[in-house]
Design a binder for this molecule. Structure first.
Ligand code: AMP
Ligand code: GLY
Length: 422
């Protein structure tokens, strides 16, 4: 099979690494890829958002399967264009990606399908939005309805704190058009976890739960990031909870999407909060999480290409996906200053020594080659991932590997997976 992977982050490196193990994979390209992905695929000078360029490449090279990592090209219709060109695509249509790219739409769909989620109001008028928050006694979460690279949510413990983010989004347009509509939610409380499910338009196949760590600092302090580390499985999400999530959340939302526009094909990401009243949806995404994908791929024992093709061909009912029972932990190493501004171009050392440890894999997220030297080129730079017989062992190994890697001003959180061991 000839495969084109779209994207160039840590999630895509994990997917490339696992796909390269498949006997079905004859040739893999990546658009645009990164130096880690380049170990497994030929990297192309085509951006993930260059839909015309990707479709031309697919046609010219008779690509069989396109696997899309990030949400932006999906929301812009990449999967529709690839299918029209006659190739298989892993990833939902633009209509399906709306579950992530339009939070107001997602909220209305959840309401219509009685999917448990935070109570919310939707506003397109700044004055009405401000009046609403100031009339409340409790805090709110303010969310830009459109895509904002994971930065469009502000949690406000006091109602008055919502005024500035509302003005930023609706008046100062810090997220551009994405903030024209805002969703204002009641605050929920409880631990969080992510459940991903493969969806082939007919069948749903939930994957093991994962927990992300979004705030930048130890103990969940500081501003939110794209994710500073993950582990899987999550003890809090036992089989009983998974049954409930499938029954109350995944099945009804996929049914609601089918009624609304047709098949949802790809992976559905459910960000959940485990409240005293049960699991509730914080957000849906239309793709694998990053860095949720890294521990999942570390534990993935089946043939990933076979599973992605079966999803694209509506044959998930005949698949079983096997996972390593051992837990995996992924620690993100980031550039000093992230999620604010940071300096790039520092030499990264020690990856080979880290990967020499048993059951350790280092996934590249924000790296580049500069005159043959590997340097940091993004905020989140590496996802250092390890398996262990226990979660504690996986954690110890991941940090042992982190200790071997260095570049100027690099940092990480020191408590990834600690919550599960308290
Ligand atoms: P999101 O980008 O939607 O995942 O939101 C980022 C983070 O904001 C989540 O991981 C939660 O910790 C928090 N959050 C979002 N919505 C709510 C809510 N309704 N109540 C409490 N916390 C929330
Ligand atoms: N790690 C959060 C996300 O991928 O949305």
């Amino acid at each position: 099979m000839k495969i084109l992977l779209v994207g160039g982050g840590g999630r895509e490196h994990a997917l490339a690494w696992k796909m390269a193990c498949s006997p079905l994979c004859d040739k893999m390209w990546a658009a645009p890829g990164n130096p880690g992905i380049a170990q497994h695929a030929e990297c192309l000078d085509i951006r993930a958002m260059d839909i015309g360029g990707i479709v031309s490449f697919v046609r010219d090279n008779a690509v069989d399967l396109v696997v899309v990592g990030p949400e932006e090209p999906l929301a812009a219709g990449l999967a529709d264009a690839v299918r029209q060109a006659g190739a298989l695509c892993f990833g939902p249509s633009a209509a399906g990606a709306r579950i992530e790219s339009d939070k107001a739409y997602a909220k209305n769909l959840m309401r219509a399908a009685s999917v448990p989620t935070a109570e919310a109001r939707i506003f397109t008028d700044l004055g009405l939005a401000k009046d609403y928050v100031l009339s409340r006694d409790h805090g709110v979460a303010v969310k830009a309805s459109g895509l904002a690279a994971g930065k469009g949510v502000v949690v406000c413990l006091e109602p008055y704190q919502a005024v500035k983010p509302l003005e930023d989004m609706m008046e100062r347009k810090v997220f551009g058009e994405a903030g024209n509509t805002v969703v204002i939610e009641e605050l929920l409380a409880g631990p969080e976890a992510t459940v991903l499910a493969l969806c082939d338009g007919r069948n749903i196949y939930p994957l093991p739960p994962i927990q992300d760590h979004k705030p930048v600092g130890d103990g969940d302090t500081g501003p939110n990031t794209g994710g500073m580390g993950t582990y899987s499985p999550v003890p809090l999400v036992d089989d009983k909870a998974m049954d409930r999530i499938e029954r109350e959340i995944l099945v009804p939302i996929v049914d609601a999407m089918r009624r609304d526009f047709g098949r949802y094909e790809g992976v559905l990401y459910a960000g959940l909060m485990f409240t005293p009243a049960g699991p509730k949806v914080i957000e849906f995404n239309c793709r694998f999480g990053d860095p949720e994908c890294q521990p999942l791929m570390m534990r993935f024992r089946s043939d990933l290409v076979e599973v992605l093709v079966a999803t694209a061909q509506h044959r998930l009912d005949r698949m079983t996906v096997e996972f390593d029972p051992r837990p995996a932990v992924c620690v993100v190493m980031a550039s000093g200053g992230y999620p604010g501004s940071y300096a790039k171009g520092y030499e990264i050392t020690g990856i080979d020594q880290a990967e020499a440890l048993a059951d350790v894999k280092v996934f590249h997220a924000g790296t580049a080659l500069q005159d043959g030297t590997l340097v940091n080129s993004g905020g989140r730079v590496l996802g250092v991932t390890a398996l262990g017989e226990t979660l504690a062992e996986a954690q110890r190994r991941a940090y042992e590997a982190v200790a071997k890697i260095h570049w100027k001003d690099c940092f990480c959180r020191h408590d990834i997976a600690a919550k599960a061991m308290r």
